[in-house]
Design a protein around this ligand. Sequence first.
Ligand code: PNS
Length: 175
Amino acid sequence: MNVAICPGSFDPVTIGHLDIITRASKLFDRVLVVVSVNSSKRPKFTAQERVELIRRCVTHLSNVQVETFDGLLADYARQKGATAIVKGLRAVSDFEYEFQMALINKKLYPQAETVFLTTSAENMYLSSSVVKDIASYGGDISSLVPACILPDIRRRFACWEGRNENGKQCGSDPQ
Ligand code: PNS
């Protein structure tokens, strides 16, 4: 059985992530989506919240499981007997970082190959950071995140007397 892991911060999961997870589920027998810690980021959602948001989006994918892991990805891959680490690649700007990660993971756990799936053209511009930035101003993110988690994200960035919890101005009704 080919086990692949799909790691990321997923803060929050976007339609771009979901596209990569869905395509990976067709290529591998089992896909483990792992919410990992990226030490250079301050997440907006807890790891458990992110796991639950993703779980809600993948209920129709019977070979996909979602977990969290606070450690080295290579150790997680070893524990699970994974043979592939699947990452989405959007643009040249992603490449250097992803290339470095792939080489590090290969060094730490040579049994897994990093497999890059090119992003679908319509998601080229999309990232969790873009979603959070738009949401923090009360902008429309309905075409950027899966519909079933849209209320959760809006709630996290909800406007209160014209400002959200970050103190940013946000005009439109979050509902
Ligand atoms: O979605 P992201 O933030 O680009 O995902 C990056 C992530 C979480 C996959 C990466 O930071 C990671 O693998 N973190 C776990 C710790 C680890 O294994 N680091 C690599 C060796 S320095």
